[in-house]
Design a protein around this ligand. Structure first.
Ligand code: ADP
Length: 397
């Protein structure tokens, strides 16, 4: 079956067409600047990437264009839209309503709308994507796959904050966690690569991309994760601060004469390694170059990022009373050997030794700890689109 995977943001839309039998992508790309002017990027498997400015007044127009590219005579990969067996939509927040993926119907759409409060920037955009696809492919089944679902197995002690209970009761303020599709995919792959049963393992997944989070997966279930009510909590990220003393918000507001929106903007967009490096870059390739060239702020940012990550790993070893494997994934986790080795330096007490030759590998599945390491460390490239396609097939078959 051919599955169209859609990841819809407020002004952009990523798509991938996947053949569920071979698990290969047939075409992929991105629509950008929707509602502004519009640009489509389209790559058919084995073909050239095409980039074209094209008016996209709204998301329906953007998806219409994607469908045209998928079916056109020259670079299309489908004879007709009937070949698309189902559409899988990435949805950011499923609140407490969704602990797994679901087939989309009117009731599900209403329930996703009810989670809008929890992700005001993301969920409404995700819903627009669903609406646009339903208009253009009214008879094609669609599935919602939630970033939060995998983390719904966390126990209360992990998801409750030290706040008045009434806030949880009234507003559902709690830890939800994100990147769930990635944490689930990577932890399962880790068990396969190790040749062990998923249900028998204690796994820590470090998803280190622009957004970054760590999760603890015990016996096939997530028991804790570093992101919270929103994706701002936890690790130091590209531009997000991660954990900090909440009193800092008031302090910055007073000193910089900012309202709460202004402070949140600083924490989300001007902080993380970008802010720490003196606005040098949020990209780890730039930071690594600057660090090698002796830039002190870049070194500090890199060291703080790795130290924070290692502290979370340590916390999750405690949470699970042990660990069998630690996985690194996403842009930084898959590519930045320096980050993996700096994190693992803190973990010698677990009996981890890094094989520095293997740690040079980029973006491939590999166990990069030495064979005698008690705890295995692995690179597992994430594949959220494939995970969404698998979930979609499983529900519509
Ligand atoms: P997201 O999906 O959250 O936008 P990604 O998982 O694609 O993020 O990760 C993007 C980040 O990965 C980049 O900002 C960059 O810091 C890092 N990255 C990508 N390639 C490399 C590389 N070769 N070496 C070091 N870091 C890299």
């Amino acid at each position: 079956m051919k599955i169209l995977v859609i990841n819809c943001g407020s002004s952009s839309l990523k798509y991938q067409l996947i053949d569920s039998e071979t698990e290969e992508w047939l075409a992929k790309g991105l629509c950008e600047r929707i509602g502004i002017d519009g640009r489509i990027v389209y790559t058919p498997a084995g073909g050239e990437k095409e980039i074209k400015e094209s008016p996209m007044p709204d998301h329906t127009n953007a998806i219409k264009l994607v469908l045209e590219y998928l079916t056109n005579d020259k670079t299309g990969v489908l004879k007709s839209l009937d070949e698309i067996g189902a559409v899988g939509h990435r949805i950011v927040h499923g609140g407490e309503k969704f602990a797994s993926s679901v087939v989309i119907n009117d009731e599900v759409i209403k329930a996703i709308e009810e989670c809008n409060d929890l992700a005001p920037l993301h969920n409404p955009a995700n819903l627009i994507g669903i609406d646009a696809c339903r208009k253009l492919m009214p008879t094609t089944p669609m599935v919602a796959v939630f970033d939060t679902a995998f983390h719904q197995t966390m126990p209360e002690k992990a998801y409750l904050y030290g706040l008045p209970n009434s806030y949880y009761e009234k507003y559902k303020i709690r830890r939800y966690g994100f990147h769930g599709t990635s944490h689930s995919y990577v932890s399962k792959r880790c068990a396969d690569v190790l040749g062990k049963k998923y249900e028998d393992l204690k796994i820590i997944v470090c998803h280190l991309g622009n957004g970054a989070s760590v999760s603890a997966v015990k016996n096939g279930k997530c028991v804790d994760t570093s992101m919270g009510l929103t994706p701002l909590e936890g690790l130091i990220m590209g531009t997000r601060s991660g954990d900090l003393d909440p009193a800092i918000l008031e302090f910055i507001a007073k000193k910089e004469n900012l309202d709460i929106t202004g402070v949140m903007n600083i924490l989300n967009k001007k902080s993380g390694v970008y802010g720490m490096s003196g606005e040098l870059s949020s990209d780890f390739r730039d930071l690594e170059d600057a660090h090698n060239a002796g830039n002190k702020l870049a070194t500090q940012a890199l060291e703080a990022f790795c130290y924070r990550t290692a502290k979370y790993v340590g916390a999750y070893v405690a949470a699970m009373n042990g660990v069998d494997a630690i996985c690194f994934t996403a842009g930084i986790g898959e590519n930045a050997g320096i980050v993996r080795s700096m994190v693992c330096e803190y973990l010698g007490y677990l009996g981890i030794t890094v094989d520095e030759e293997k740690n040079k590998i980029r973006g491939e599945e590999v166990i990069f700890s030495t064979p005698d390491s008690k705890v295995k460390t692995l690179i597992i490239p994430t594949n959220e689109e494939l995970a969404i396609a698998r979930e979609t097939v499983a529900l519509v078959k």
